[in-house]
Design a protein around this ligand. Structure first.
Ligand code: AMP
Length: 314
């Protein structure tokens, strides 16, 4: 695995490594299969995959890395705590970091390139351009963290531009972020496929997050009301309730059982636009953001599963 800290180094490494990988892959494909396959496959190219992260990796990140490793010839994982997506008074300084441990993990997972720029090493000096996502970025996280999605959209666009992957992988854990990224890619005609992958949870239902390490044992227990609130909405929906206000009351009740937990929002919304709906459907999303012991947690799930993804709170 190559560990790279600057965009210039990244560009050189990617062109050299991509050529090497493409030659190796081409040689591995028997001539007959090569001739019968579509152009990209014929050249043995499954392309470059990108997994953007802020580091302090856990099994949620690993699930993205493993899927990307299966799909792509050349796998780049970025590790960068992006200052522009943190507001004043948020936890940029205290965000957990452990680069040596992350690099060991990525090496074990067979990642080709770890792109880990230093804090001031990604944005060119004096950078003064931002990507401002539209309406999908306004409610929920957008309302509680002004400027957050502008920072996310800008850094993701920069990473896509620097790496030029065929596919980029994101977790459904940050559901609104995933919708924002999809929208930016669509609206700006960025030549990349966005893949979203399910939330990875602890056995007791808590969604994995780098920030969980900052929860005290007691707060870790209190935090379980977050997946329970989502489960309460899902249970009410399964019992026939489709009025979003009633579902949201069920969520609020579950959260109120833990007075140590302060709710930012607990809503049922359209999965793509994040807007309120008159009637909830199976695809509607239950989303929660709450704070406990100075740690902000977010979580979400569909009201009913299309697949057999494990449910929260189980
Ligand atoms: P982060 O390092 O928190 O910015 O996350 C990097 C990527 O990993 C994002 O696309 C997240 O949505 C995804 N991710 C974080 N936690 C989880 C989780 N528990 N399950 C699945 N994906 C996750």
């Amino acid at each position: 695995m190559r560990v790279i800290a600057t965009v210039e180094e990244l560009r050189t490494a990617l062109s050299v490594t991509a050529r090497a990988v493409s030659v190796a892959a081409r040689e591995a494909v028997p001539a007959a299969a090569r001739d019968a396959a579509p152009a990209a496959a014929r050249e043995g190219r499954r392309g470059t995959g990108l997994v953007p992260t802020m580091g302090y990796l856990h099994d949620g990140h690993t699930s993205l890395v493993r899927r990307a490793r299966q799909d792509c010839d050349l796998l780049v994982v970025s590790l960068f705590v992006n200052p522009t997506q943190f507001g004043p008074g948020e936890d940029f300084a205290s965000y957990p970091r452990d680069l040596p441990r992350d690099l060991e993990l990525l090496e074990r997972e067979g990642v080709d390139v770890a792109f880990a720029p230093p804090p001031d090493g990604l944005y060119p000096p004096g950078a003064d351009t931002v990507v401002r996502p539209g309406r999908v970025a306004e409610p929920l996280e957008g309302a509680h963290r002004p400027g957050h999605f502008e920072g996310v959209a800008t850094v993701v666009t920069m990473l896509l531009s620097a790496v030029q992957p065929r596919v980029a992988y994101f977790g459904e854990k940050d559901w609104q972020q995933l919708q924002v990224v999809r929208r930016v890619v669509r609206d700006l005609l960025l030549p990349v496929e966005v893949v979203g992958l399910p939330v990875v949870r602890e056995a007791d239902g808590l969604a994995l997050s780098s920030r969980n390490v900052r929860l005290s044992t007691e707060d870790r227990r209190h935090a379980l009301c977050v997946p329970r609130a989502i489960e309460a909405a899902r249970e009410a929906f399964a019992a026939g309730e489709s009025d979003p206000a009633v579902l949201e009351r069920a969520m609020a009740r579950a959260l109120a059982r833990e007075p140590a937990v302060e709710t930012d929002y607990a809503v049922v919304a359209d999965a793509e636009t994040l807007q309120p709906q008159l009637r909830a459907t199976a695809a509607s999303r239950a989303l929660v953001a709450a704070r406990v012991g100075g740690v902000r947690l977010i979580d979400n799930a569909p009201l009913a599963e299309a697949s057999d993804t494990p449910a929260p709170g189980r």
